[in-house]
Structure formats: structure tokens, C-alpha cells
Design a protein around this ligand. Sequence first.
Ligand SMILES: [Zn+2]
Length: 97
Amino acid sequence: MSKINVYKCSKGHETITIDTPNRDVTPFQITCPECKDDAISSGYTVPQDLKPTYEWFIPKTIAEYKEACVPIYGDVFTDKEYDGMLDGKSTMYRKIK
Ligand SMILES: [Zn+2]
């Protein structure tokens, strides 16, 4: 099963992602971490030896969720909102350190 995917925005930024081992369905569209424009999925039709820059994961805590979200979306969600998004199934993407 393919795990490496590329999301491209209209400005040409490429976000190379790797899926979690037990993945949920990853979205067709994400926010480009570089320019905040919409970035569209390549549908896994990319070489699987690309080096990923972002990883999908399932956030377990508000802190973990926030650490991934804030660099991409800014500090826009309250702790209560993060808590509501922590369903133990939904995936989020974060920069690989
Ligand atoms: Zn971009």
C-alpha cells in the first residue's frame, strides 16, 4: 500500500507526506504549510522513495495537536476546540523533525 503522497499548491510548493501505520483516510486537500494556500493531493501517484517532510499522525493530547496545528494554521483554536477534535481517529499532519 502506498504511504508517500505529495500535496501541491498553486504556487508550486510540494508537501511530501507519509501516512501513519494505521491510517485513516487522508484528505484530498490540505493547507500548504509554506503559503497557507490550498494544496491538492496527488493521490499517491508519486515515487514511493521520496523523502517525506510531513507525517500524518493521530493526535493523542491537546499539546500534541497544538504543536502540529499552530505552525500551519496559527493559534486559532481554543483548548476546548482541540479537545473536540481529539476523537482518537482523525489524523493531522506535522513537520518531521
Ligand atoms: Zn504553497
